[in-house]
Structures are given as structure tokens and as C-alpha cells.
Design a binder for this molecule. Structure first.
Ligand SMILES: [Zn+2]
Length: 469
């Protein structure tokens, strides 16, 4: 077992809250938390710790993941008979779900988290809703699938906030769940018991947890309240995630049932604060945009999934004007690339506005730096993780960039993150090493458990795709 007792690292260039620092000695406690950072330190000849020669920036938290969906990424791109939409994709996803076993889920999630780490994500919020066996009955251990996700986080080394999903109905007005949803469903008592189990597991695995009421269509007002009050008995600071306004059909159904739009209803009926993370707040009015920004909740924008599913444009310019907090998530994992989520967030604005460098404020500022810092700080908030900035008291979650990669060769500190995000190269060698809790998980593009994780994924995906053919 690797431990961090009195571990020390040395970084030649490191991005702090105040800007770039040089020759930084970093001391960690036994939990991988930074207890001291000393810039401008002369490296002693007998220094026994690891020395990071590349430039070091915070790792990006990934606020929104459905791990199992990665196994079907790329399989929803053939045109259907009567046209495709989010809803036809969802039907295809439900049929895929039917064959996933606990071993499959663990193999998929381990490989996915490994790929996340290689791309610059150091933690993930798993919005986990595949709970039951293929008949819809609970496993002997009702938290079996949750435990598999914790195991995957351990195998891969990623920081995890497990968000067990509370899913009860198929639509507004307490519509009965459909057959495709049978593996997701809980009544309030079973959900509370699951949450108790998840809280215990998170302690055993030294990870974090929160809750994820799936959406306003999947739980009623009482369910939402009871889940939050039960969470508060376990941890009254833990995060609360919800899918909120991804599709116009969902907004219209909410209007029909509640007489209010989903975000409007949520803000009127819950105390939404900095514990909340609203996933896909795609369809917001100007008033909703301003109110969410003022609440200090985080909005998780899943740029590539929202594009892939044809969700719509998130009103980023307006939200930014109100200083709203936001992070990114790879969601369905149609792309697992931290920089790409940010690049396309900016590119969406450029295409719409016919202009450039739109998201950063002020003249002569680095757009890439702004994007990375906003998403890493708010991402850490959304996961209830002490991280997002490399600072004393935070977990040592960071990535070391490779100055010898084609994208980053010759770049100054000021140009570095712009080049990392916007000079996209197929070779994908811009990251030299990845650290979570002060432990190195990826070095020179290779994960510490690369071979076994890859082999297990190959077995699982071959079996799953054969089941379908
Ligand atoms: Zn989602």
C-alpha cells in the first residue's frame, strides 16, 4: 500500500492562485493534502521525493458522469427510420443497460476513469443510477453496483464523489416507471437505505458522496425533500445534483404540470445554494439565469454530450455576465477529454457571435487560463472536494504538462494553457503525469494499472456487444 507519510514533491513551475511560482517544494500529509508549499526553494542534492520538471496545473474535476454509457459511445450514430432525438437515443441506451452485469460495470468504469485521468480529469462525480439486477430486483447486496463504482475509483486512482440517483417515476405527475427504467427505481425507504450504505462505503474507500435526485420528472416534491433531509443527517454539507432543463419537452412538461419551468420551480421550492449542482441548465430564461448565478450553485455544462444529443445552447454569455459558477462534465462520454469540453464551450460562443476570445473578461487575458480556473474551482465545489486550486489545505490533485509535446513546445507560462486547450493535436501527449491525493496515477501517458484495466474492459465490451448482435 502506497502512503504519503511525509511525502515531498518538487515542482519547477506550478500554477497557484496568485499565478505561476518557481521551484516549489510541496509537503503532503498522510491523506495527500498539501500542508506546505515553499516557492523559490533550492533543491537539496539528497532530495528523495519526486521532481516534476514540467509545468504543473490543477487537475480538472469532472462534475457529471454516467460511467456505463461510455460502453455505448459511438453506437448511437446510425440514423433511425423516423429521425433521431434525445428520446430515441435514450431508448437505445435503455436497451443497452439491460445486459450490464456488476463485473461489466466495474470494468467499464475503471477503464473510463483511467481515460479521464489521462486526459486531465483528477476527480469525478458519478451520477449513478444503474442499481438493480436485470429483472429490476435489488441485488443481495443492494449497494452492489455502488460498491463496484468505488472499486473502479480505487483501481484507477481517481477522486470519486458517488451520487446515487433517486429515480421513482417516468414523468411528471408520478407516472409509473417504464420497463427500460426497472434497474434504476427506488421507493423513498429503499433509497434512504442505499444512501446509508453509500455513506459507509465512502468512509471505507476514503471517497465522498452526495445525492442525485434524477430530475423533477423522476421524483416528486416530497421525495426531493426527504432525500435532502436524510442526506443532512449523514453529512449536511454533501453535494446535491439534479438534471434540470436538458430538453424543451422536459421544460414544457414541467410547465404543464407545475405551471412553472423546472429551474423556476426548483428555485421557488427549494433552498438552492452552493451545495447544489444543476446538470444541463440548458434552457433558462434571463431571470432564471440571473437567479441561479446568485444562488452560488454550480451549473455543470456537458458541452460535447449536449452537442451529441442535440440539447441546445447553454446561455453562457448571459450566465457569465452574472458571474455564475460553472464546471464541465463528460456525461455520456462521447468525448473523454477535459480540454475539449472547454474548447467547445468557447467555440460555441464564437460560432454564435461571429467573434473570438469571448469568455475571458478584460484585455490581454488568457482565455484558456480563465476557462481552466473557473471550471476547476467550481468543479471542486460541485463534488464537495477540497481541490480545484493548488494550495495549502487542498488535496494534491494536479497534472504536469509536457513542454516537449507539439502543442506546448516553446510556449511561455502565459501562453501555456491557451495552447493546451486550443492547440489540439491528435497525438494527445500534452500531459506528462497526473496526480491524485499526491499519488502519481499516470506517467508519460501510461496509467499504473494500464494493462489489466484495458484487458478487463476488452472482455466486458466484447461480451456486451456480442449480446446485442
Ligand atoms: Zn446526465
Amino acid at each position: 500500500m502506497i502512503t504519503n507519510n511525509d511525502k515531498q514533491l518538487f515542482a519547477k513551475h506550478l500554477l497557484t492562485e496568485a499565478g505561476w511560482a518557481k521551484d516549489v517544494l510541496i509537503k503532503l500529509d498522510c491523506n495527500g493534502v498539501i500542508k506546505e508549499m515553499k516557492p523559490n526553494t533550492k533543491l537539496e542534492p539528497n532530495f528523495s521525493g519526486e521532481c516534476l520538471q514540467g509545468r504543473v496545473i490543477p487537475g480538472l474535476p469532472n462534475s457529471h458522469s454516467h460511467a456505463f454509457q461510455w460502453a455505448m459511445a459511438g453506437l448511437g450514430e446510425q440514423s433511425g427510420k423516423n429521425g433521431d432525438s434525445f428520446w430515441t437515443w435514450r431508448q437505445a441506451m435503455y436497451s443497452f443497460v439491460d445486459s450490464i452485469s456488476p463485473d461489466d460495470l466495474q470494468a467499464i468504469a475503471s477503464a473510463l476513469y483511467m481515460q479521464m485521468l489521462k486526459s486531465g480529469y483528477t476527480s469525478v462525480g458519478e451520477f449513478h443510477y444503474l442499481h438493480h439486477n436485470t429483472n429490476g430486483a435489488a441485488y443481495d447486496n443492494p449497494a452492489e453496483m455502488s460498491q463496484r463504482i468505488f472499486e473502479s475509483a480505487k483501481e484507477s486512482g481517481i477522486g470519486l464523489t458517488l451520487l446515487p440517483v433517486f429515480y421513482r417515476y417516468s414523468g411528471f405527475g408520478e407516472q409509473a416507471p417504464n420497463d427500460g427504467q426497472k434497474r434504476f427505481i427506488h421507493d423513498p425507504q429503499a433509497y434512504a437505505a442505499l444512501l446509508d450504505n453509500v455513506a459507509k462505503l465512502s468512509g471505507q474507500y476514503q471517497q465522498s458522496f452526495g445525492i442525485a435526485p434524477h430530475s423533477l420528472r423522476a421524483v416528486n416534491q416530497q421525495d426531493l425533500r426527504s432525500a435532502i433531509s436524510h442526506l443532512n443527517t449523514l453529512n449536511n454539507k454533501a453535494p446535491i445534483h439534479i438534471h434540470i432543463a436538458e430538453q424543451m419537452r422536459e421544460v414544457n412538461d414541467c410547465l404543464d404540470f407545475h405551471g412553472k419551468r423546472p429551474i423556476e420551480w426548483l428555485l421557488d421550492n427549494q433552498e438552492v445554494n452552493d451545495r447544489w449542482c444543476l446538470i444541463h441548465a440548458t434552457h433558462m430564461t434571463k431571470q432564471e439565469t440571473q437567479s441561479v448565478a446568485q444562488s452560488q450553485a454550480v451549473i455543470a455544462i456537458c458541452t460535447t454530450t449536449e452537442a451529441n444529443l442535440g440539447d441546445g445552447h447553454f446561455p453562457m454569455m448571459d450566465y457569465k455576465k452574472h458571474r455564475g459558477r460553472w464546471s464541465v462534465g463528460s456525461d455520456s462520454h462521447i468525448s473523454v477529454d477535459a480540454a475539449e469540453e472547454l474548447r467547445w464551450l468557447e467555440y460555441q460562443q464564437r460560432l454564435a457571435q461571429q467573434s473570438r476570445t469571448l469568455l475571458v473578461g478584460g484585455g490581454y487575458s488568457s482565455n484558456g487560463l480563465w476557462l481552466w480556473q473557473q471550471a476547476s474551482r467550481a468543479g471542486a465545489q460541485s463534488l464537495g472536494r477540497q481541490a480545484g486550486v493548488i494550495a495549502v489545505g487542498n488535496k494534491a490533485d494536479f497534472i504536469e504538462l509536457n513542454s516537449d509535446s507539439f502543442s506546448l513546445m516553446g510556449k511561455t507560462d502565459e501562453q501555456l494553457i491557451d495552447a493546451f486547450i486550443f492547440n489540439h493535436q491528435f497525438s494527445n501527449d500534452a500531459i506528462r503525469s497526473v496526480w491524485v491525493n499526491g499519488l502519481c496515477q499516470v506517467k508519460d501517458g501510461i496509467h499504473r494499472n494500464e494493462e489489466i484495466i484495458r484487458a478487463e474492459y476488452k472482455n466486458a465490451i466484447n461480451r456486451l456487444l456480442q449480446c446485442r448482435s
